[in-house]
Write a protein that binds this ligand. Structure first.
Ligand code: NDP
Length: 484
């Protein structure tokens, strides 16, 4: 392996306050409760800041602020709303280095990923939905007139209660807030307990953009805060990204209330490599599919299905490639694999990896020094995996790949679909006809061909079965925030 000189990004650019309150009605306010929570850097376990844990009363205050703001915000012409959203997008671009550093410190992901993937996509989302704000009547959801357009803009839903996870904190915020605002809704958003800092920085951006008070409200806290938000009677729309288990609880609490709900839950995606695929490129796609963001990706290609005739060749190349990945300080621009987001997530990954060994699969990791402090897990490959193994069925949400083989395309489809999830899939082959044949048969919301984990604000994203329902992104993503 090459020796690299360290290339640390400076953290001087971010100014983290020792403690944060809640952002309600355009102001920073104290929580009415006593509880505070320390958010730490998972790469060093250093405390970054203390944040308030919003109580039910705080959530109620935030929902009321959003309700009050809805009257004027929803009455603004779309072109006026667009100006605010464009302004937010531009401020995100201007402050992107600062936000990337903050995301990496709070989440543990490599700075290269937060700088080159997360932040550009965050800004792109706001730009994209800003463009829709004055064109909603052309989105195809309203009543049609003879010229094919509805004569009037479809109506917003009201107050959106949004709960997001820790794997892409600011990007998930963008996926939720940008379409909601473009459609004329106001929002109360709860970031994940381990990654609140970029959402709080976003609150500051809303002030900088002169967004009317109450249009965006940020309440930090744990599961109870999320539960209080989604069950609040003043919320008209609930949007959740996270585990299938919590998604189920939310679906139960929302059932029968008339609230609209979209759920983006877990996955166990198959990344399928045929013998005619460009194998070097496929190996890069496998690495990107499961080791990007430490595998904390709901659509990660966590099951590699490789055609038996090339299995040895692909595995050899994959192991060679994994031996070159650099795990360590997320703030170093050379780093490929950062820290696991929390001690709890690390424990879950370890437990599932041990289950893989106990069930008889063979475990392999490259030689890879692990830092002493912080939460780390080496890139890991399991071979000899059976479909019944837990590591082939359960979402590990870590840098762990389970390898299975197949002989025919029909067998690949059957194995790929043999999961309670249905979020994404990847196909690697030279034949266009085979891509189409496979894509027709795969029960997955997103199917990538000769690539993986590619995101764009213009394309819809979402799942089947236990991966949830509703779409985010693209024109389809507007539907979740309009009364149609
Ligand atoms: P959760 O689903 O618990 O967390 C997602 C968000 O929901 C967080 O903001 C969380 O708050 C909040 N929340 C928790 N309980 C409730 C509730 N009862 N009502 C409303 N909101 C609630 O995921 P975890 O962080 O616990 O991760 C567990 C597993 O979920 C992971 O190991 C992974 O397999 C999967 N996961 C999948 C994701 C995906 O994108 N599909 C994203 C994250 C996790 P808080 O953080 O404070 O608990």
């Amino acid at each position: 392996m090459f020796e690299y000189a360290p290339a640390p990004e400076s953290r001087e650019i971010v100014d983290i306050k020792p403690s944060y309150g809640l952002f309600i009605g355009g102001e920073w306010v104290d929580s009415q409760g006593e509880n505070h929570h320390k958010t730490i850097n998972p790469a060093s376990e250093e405390v970054l800041a203390e944040v308030a844990w919003a109580t039910e009363a705080d959530v109620d205050r935030a929902v009321r602020a959003a309700r009050a703001a809805f009257t004027t915000w929803s009455a603004l012409p779309g072109s006026e709303r667009a100006k605010y959203i464009f302004r937010i997008a531009r401020i995100i671009q201007e402050r992107s280095r600062e936000l990337a550093v903050l995301e990496t410190l709070d989440n543990g992901k490599p700075i290269r990923e937060s700088r080159d993937v997360d932040l550009p996509l965050v800004a792109a989302h706001f730009f994209y939905y800003a463009g829709w704000a004055d064109k909603l009547r052309y989105a195809g959801f309203g009543r049609r007139t003879t010229d094919g357009h509805s004569g009037e803009d479809p109506r917003p839903l009201g107050v959106a209660g949004q709960v997001i996870p820790w794997n892409f904190p600011l990007l998930m915020l963008a996926w939720k807030i940008a379409p909601a605002l473009a459609c004329g809704n106001t929002v109360v958003l709860k970031p994940a307990e381990t990654t609140p800092l970029t959402a709080l920085a976003f609150a500051d951006i809303c002030r900088q953009a002169d967004l009317p008070p109450g249009v965006v409200n940020i309440v930090t806290g744990a599961g109870e805060t999320g539960a209080a938000l989604v069950s609040h009677p003043g919320v008209d729309k609930v949007a959740f990204t996270g585990s299938t288990e919590v998604g189920r609880m939310i679906a139960r609490s929302v059932a029968g209330t008339g609230k609209r709900l979209s759920l983006e839950l877990g996955g166990k995606a198959a990344n399928i490599v045929f013998e005619d695929a460009p194998l070097d490129q496929a190996v890069e796609g496998i690495v990107n599919g499961i080791f990007f963001n430490q595998g904390h990706v709901c659509c990660a290609g966590s099951r590699l299905l490789v055609q038996e005739s090339v299995a040895d060749e692909v595995l050899d190349a994959l192991k060679r490639r994994l031996s070159t990945l650099r795990l360590g300080d997320p703030m170093d621009k050379n780093t490929d694999i950062g820290a696991i987001n929390s001690a709890a997530q690390l424990a879950k990954i370890r437990e599932l990896a041990e289950a893989g060994v106990n069930e008889g699969a063979e475990r392999w990791s490259p030689a890879c020094p692990i830092p002493e402090r912080g939460f780390w897990f080496p890139p890991t490959v399991f071979t000899g995996v059976a479909q019944s193994h837990r590591i082939a069925r359960e979402e590990i949400f870590g840098p762990v790949l389970s390898v299975l083989t197949f002989r025919t395309p029909a067998e690949a489809v059957e194995k790929a679909n043999n999961t309670p999830y249905g979020l994404s899939a990847g196909i690697w082959t030279e034949k266009g006809s085979r891509i189409l044949w496979m894509a027709d048969r795969l029960r997955a919301g997103v199917v990538w061909a000769n690539t993986f984990n590619r995101f764009d604000p213009t394309s819809p994203f979402g799942g089947y079965k236990e991966s949830g329902y509703g779409r985010e992104g693209g024109r389809h993503g507007l539907e979740a925030y309009l009364a149609v």
